[in-house]
Design a protein around this ligand. Structure first.
Ligand code: SF4
Length: 127
C-alpha cells in the first residue's frame, strides 16, 4: 500500500501493543508509563496526547518512532473487525491501494498478533 501520512490512523488511537512492541520501544529509550496503558481487559494500548498517539508529531505529521513502531501500526490498514473479520479499515484514505495479496498476508499477521496479545493479557491477569 502507499501511505499518505495523513495521520488519521494515529488520531485517538487504541492500537494494542504486544510485549515485544513494549520491549522494543523501551530499548529505544522510551518509558513504558509514558507511552502505554492497560485497558479493562488487560491489553496494553498506546496512550494518546491531545487526541493523537503520544508518538505522533502533529506539526510534522509524522510518527516519531517510525522505525520502532508497533506491529499493529505496520500491519494497518488491515484490521480485525468483530462484524466482518479481516478487512481493510474504511477510515484509511489509501485503502484502495491494498492489494488482495497484501490483505491476505497482513490478515494472517493480524490473527497471529491478536492471539499472541490475548495470551499475554491472559497471563498478565493470572499473576
Ligand atoms: S506509533 Fe506511530 S504509526 Fe502507530 S499510532 Fe503512533 S504515531 Fe501512528
Amino acid at each position: 500500500m502507499r501511505c499518505s501520512h495523513c495521520g488519521i490512523c494515529c488520531e485517538n488511537t487504541e492500537m494494542m501493543l504486544s510485549n515485544a512492541d513494549v520491549e522494543r520501544l523501551e530499548k529505544a529509550g522510551y518509558t513504558r508509563q509514558k507511552f502505554m496503558r492497560y485497558d479493562n481487559h488487560g491489553f496494553a494500548r498506546l496512550r494518546n496526547c491531545h487526541g493523537f498517539c503520544v508518538f505522533y508529531d502533529v506539526v510534522k505529521c509524522r510518527c516519531l518512532i517510525y522505525e520502532h513502531r508497533p506491529l499493529g501500526c505496520r500491519i494497518y490498514p488491515v484490521i480485525y473487525s468483530e462484524q466482518a473479520g479481516i478487512v481493510v479499515d474504511d477510515l484509511c484514505p489509501m485503502k484502495n491501494t491494498v492489494s488482495e495479496m497484501e490483505l491476505k498476508r497482513k490478515g494472517k499477521k493480524v490473527v497471529e498478533l491478536l492471539q499472541r496479545m490475548d495470551n499475554e493479557a491472559t497471563s498478565r491477569s493470572a499473576r
